[in-house]
Ligand binder design. Sequence first.
Ligand SMILES: Nc1ncnc2c1ncn2[C@@H]1O[C@H](COP(=O)(O)OP(=O)(O)OP(=O)(O)O)[C@@H](O)[C@H]1O
Ligand SMILES: [Mg+2]
Length: 358
Amino acid sequence: MSNEKEILEALRQIHDPELRRNIVDLGMVRDLQTNNGTVNFTLALTIPECPLRDQLVAEARTAVANLPGVTEVNINLDAMNMAERRAAFGISSQLSPESTQVKQVIAVMSGKGGVGKSLVTGLLAAGLKKAGYRVGILDADVTGPSIPRLFGARGPVQIAPGNRLQPVASRTGVKLMSINFLLEDEGQAVIWRGPMISQVIEQFWNDVNWGQLDYLLVDLPPGTSDAALTVMQSLPLNGIIMVTTPQALAAMVVRKAVKMAQTIHTPILGIVENMAGFVAPDTGQLYDVFGPSHAQEIADAADAPLLVRLPLKPLIAALCDEGAVEAVDEPEVTALVQALGLLASEGVTPQPKEIAAV
Ligand SMILES: Nc1ncnc2c1ncn2[C@@H]1O[C@H](COP(=O)(O)OP(=O)(O)OP(=O)(O)O)[C@@H](O)[C@H]1O
Ligand SMILES: [Mg+2]
């Protein structure tokens, strides 16, 4: 029967259409074993939910099955880790540890879209910055970025030494990186597929000159989809903040989120309930427009503290529309920063305010 060299040669004829290289040279074929006509090997995909998975598996199977003497082909599926993926995409893995040092990487996640993740990310970053921490935001919502708009920030980004991207500084000095800063036309739609998106996220982590940060907040794409999971797997997260709303189907949201956190071995640091009622701007009265809160139940089920309940406040919406999220001055933001500051205080101490931002 065909030997391993011949099998690899057959597999070399199969190209990843996206990376335009053959699957053997890309390091996708692993653990090749042959035994009396049976061929076993592992196919390591760029990401677990690679859209080309079925096609690549079918092509690899046919290529090997057509070789003389082969009676059975068994293919195990696996996914590349971050370093392997970077190598496959031809991205240098040279990091500059002396120029980038991030103490805590915290992702803001939700069970569904439009619950205020980006707002909470922005408010928290602004609040932490005000409290004296060094803060950055990695906008991981590549197909629907909203961080630049919240901060009224624009590109283009400057290139820092070592060909790294310089984050854009917000008014108060929060370091921001978003796909919007890299697009010629901000309104341009990003319709990349999974592997491209995770490549961007990894570049935002590896190739951005973040400098010294106490907190890097990651604004995730909505939901607990594969896209969000891929993003989370691409980054060295220390913890997750989960944003929920009173309308959320509590049990389902928690189950999904807890499962996701477990999948990536990352603790849920706490729950933020957004849209927790409506505060009338004229009277300051709180109206319970969405009925009773499930936030504490969610927190209990996730075995995480309820950090804060943030009502809908028209002033917040107005400031966000103006790109002035940093001008929001609400007690809930201070409460959130305090709750998180306590939770993540190990090794993180507020720094004196930076004089020159970025
Ligand atoms: N508590 C609040 N008070 C006032 N406005 C709010 C509040 N929460 C959210 N909003 C407004 O609702 C809109 C949606 O919020 P946001 O973009 O943060 O949601 P998201 O969860 O990030 O959405 P997506 O899932 O699309 O990323 C924003 O324009 C924001 O200004
Ligand atoms: Mg968002």
